[in-house]
Ligand binder design. Structure first.
Ligand SMILES: [Zn+2]
Length: 185
């Protein structure tokens, strides 16, 4: 696949790493960049990031992460209650951007919109999906967890993000988990 190099923003291509078939410790993908000599995208870092954001909420959930920087991007993934601690995700250019830019001291925000179904949320009327929104702000290489109140205020200001953030719509604005240093990416 073609992508923008997460290191230097030149045109690059990403291909499955043939060595991965033989040895799981090597990167799953290799990068071929026209502008720099980086060859690795840290796909496993993306999974670490997603696991940190989702935290212990490994219910049967679907999640959409919105990254707001100069431009706004979305990516979606899913967790299920199989006991895996790391959600399985495909390669995401957006998540690669996030894991690279946290250490580069860029400023952006992360909003995680989670919809959970399942027996935890059964009501007398049947299964009612539980919807929650959590947020973090990344600045100076640090991830700061926002409180539910801060996320609600940011959401009301930032309704152009396209998320269905009407407080009347049954969405819970909840405190985000702290993501302590050292970050695993
Ligand atoms: Zn590059």
């Amino acid at each position: 696949m073609r992508l923008t190099c997460p290191y230097c923003h030149s045109n690059a291509t990403l291909a499955p790493n043939p060595a991965y078939e033989r040895r799981a410790a090597v990167p799953l993908y290799v990068l071929d960049c026209t502008g720099c000599s980086q060859t690795t995208v840290r796909h496993e870092n993306q999974e670490h990031l997603v696991a940190a954001l989702v935290g212990k909420r490994h219910g049967n959930g679907s999640h959409e992460l919105t990254v707001s920087a100069d431009a706004i991007g979305h990516t979606s993934f899913h967790t299920d209650p199989t006991g895996r601690t790391t959600p399985s995700i495909g390669y995401s250019e957006l998540l690669e951007y996030v894991t690279c830019r946290i250490s580069a001291a860029d400023t952006f925000s992360l909003m995680l919109h989670t919809v959970e179904m399942g027996t935890r949320y059964l009501s007398p009327e049947g299964g009612v999906p539980y919807q929650a929104v959590r947020g973090w702000v990344v600045t100076n290489g640090e991830i700061h967890a926002l409180s539910g109140q801060e996320v609600w205020e940011a959401s009301c200001r930032g309704s152009e993000s396209g998320l269905p953030l009407d407080p009347e719509a049954g969405i819970h604005y909840v405190d985000a988990d702290d993501i302590p240093r050292p970050y695993p990416w």
